[in-house]
Structure formats: C-alpha cells, structure tokens
Design a protein around this ligand. Sequence first.
Ligand SMILES: Nc1ncnc2c1ncn2[C@@H]1O[C@H](COP(=O)(O)OP(=O)(O)O)[C@@H](O)[C@H]1O
Ligand SMILES: [Mg+2]
Length: 329
Amino acid sequence: MARGDQLKALLASYLEGNEAQFYSVAMQLAADEARKGHGRLAEELRELIDRTKVARKRPPLEPPTPIGRPRGELAQLLRVAYPKARLADLIVSERVEQALRRIVKEQRHLTKLLEHGLSPRRKILLVGSPGTGKTLTASALAGELGLPLFAVRLDALLTRFMGETAAKLRQIFDASHSARGVYFFDEFDAIGSQRVSPNDIGEVRRILNSFLVMIEEDTSHSLILAATNHPQILDDALFRRFDDVIEYELPQPSQIVQILESRLGRFAPPNLDVRALATTAEGLSHAEITRAAEEAVKNAVMHDHDHVSPEELEGLLQRRPPRTWRPQR
Ligand SMILES: Nc1ncnc2c1ncn2[C@@H]1O[C@H](COP(=O)(O)OP(=O)(O)O)[C@@H](O)[C@H]1O
Ligand SMILES: [Mg+2]
C-alpha cells in the first residue's frame, strides 16, 4: 500500500473504531519503514503500537468525579450540591444571625481550635415554622464555608426494614468522616418523631436510638445539620445531642420590609409604602412574602410594566394560604 493510502486506512479504521484494522495498518507502516532501512523509526512505531494496546486494555477512563461526589449506595442517600448562597442572603433576627456567624467563625478556625483541644460547634439543630429559612441556612453555611452540601434523602434512608435503615445511617456518618461537608437532615422529625402509631413505635425508637448514638460518637470535622418544623414532637434526648439549637421565627415588620425591598428590587414603585405592606404581611413566613413579591414582579415583567402594582402586591399578601400548622408558643 502506498504511504498515503496507509494513512487514510489508519484514520478510517480509527474513525470506525476498528481496532484490529488500526493495528494491522500501523504494523504495515512500521514494517515498510524497516524495509526502507529506517530501523529506529520502525522500532519506535512498534513500541507505540504496543503501548497503545496495553493502554486500550485498561477500563475506559471514568468521567471526572467532582471531589466529594458520593458513589455507589451513598449516592442514593445523599444529594450533593455546591451552593453559592451566603449568610447575607438570609433575613433573620439578630440572635439567629449571631448564632450562624459564630458557627462559621468556629469552623474557619477549626485547626486552631483543635490544636488547643477545643471542638468547634458542628452539630446544629434548626427549628421553627416552615418557610423561615432553615433549608436556606444549610445552603448558606455550605456556601460560606466553601463545603459541599450533602442533603440526606430521608425517603431513601427510611426503609421498611429498620436494620437496613440503621446500616444506611452508619454509611452517612462514615461519609462525614471521609468527606468533610455540611450533612443536612432536613424534615428531621421523620426520624426523631415520637408520634407514631403504636405498632411502629419500637422500630422508630430503634432508628432514633441509633441516630443518637451515631451523632454522639461522631468526631468528624463535618457540620451535621438537622432541621424540623415540629420541634415539639422531638425527643428531649435529641436536643441534648446538639451543640446548638437555633430557633427560626416568622419575620418582624422590619424584616418584612427587607424581604420586600430585596425581592422587588427595581420593580418597587418610587413611593411604595413598604411599612403599610409590612403590616399586611405580618404573620406570613419569609417564603410566603418572597413568593408574593416574586409573583407581582413576574406580572410586571409579563405586562412590560416598569413597576409592580401596589394594589396587586397587597392583594397577594392578603391571600394567605391555608395553614394547617402554626407555631405554638
Ligand atoms: N430567613 C429568610 N431570609 C431570606 N429568604 C428566606 C428566608 N426564609 C425563607 N426564605 C425564602 O423562602 C424560600 C424557602 O425557605 P426555606 O429555607 O426552604 O424555609 P424552611 O426550610 O424553613 O421551610 C427560600 O429559598 C428563600 O427564598
Ligand atoms: Mg425546609
């Protein structure tokens, strides 16, 4: 075969994925070079062919795995995210903000604290009404610390077979050692609940007990966060296992103003009476107010209006969704 044809055949076999053909043509090329007295080049070609064969026998390279992405069964149990949220995104009381800043500060000084035999706060329980920023807090803490957020999928964790559930919990706590991150048990009351049918109580207690033991024994450097809307149904023993319990509350009028201003942005009409709207919105959660403001902005955008309609916004804030549960204090 002429050299040009050989090159064409080589490329064609590569294109078709015909490996046998590829090696055969490559070997011909090497043999031709040898015949032409180019012994060194022929040798180099054969060596390259051998190396190619060895490399091809290895399993194909796996797609790059981002650091901390759970594998195997863990991947079913943990949903990983790399949130961009920051604490500044949260509109919370001074008290909650201080508590969160404290966690971040201690985590940032982790090494220094550990060197002095001190342990930074890292087992945190978030409690409070729905829509007050508990889930957002998990993202903000991960974002602030530059750690992956591993959200525990309770639906995958809690199986009908309690032994299996305990084994899965074990895997999660093992992961907290091997991959530092924020491990988030959202809607945690599903595990921690005491209010279950009499048939299940023994089983649920066993899960809860294994969780208690695991959280107690956990000496990882990960942040373990749990959140619940129903603290009143949690076991007292549970509360004691956490380094900190942070209570989220419905927003105060000044916070309502902040939420409205930040969500309306440039769609706020110039002389909008935000204080009056804050009175209307009292008793609503951050999430509900956010939703109303976003709804009004969406309507403005769709109708090519520069600003939201104050009457419409007020109407949206008045239209309260039915609540089945309100904070009991
Ligand atoms: N404290 C808050 N500050 C700012 N936005 C909030 C706050 N709480 C809730 N939101 C808004 O409502 C959404 C849902 O809140 P979420 O964190 O899921 O509440 P929870 O977990 O307490 O039920 C958030 O993504 C955010 O847009
Ligand atoms: Mg939540």
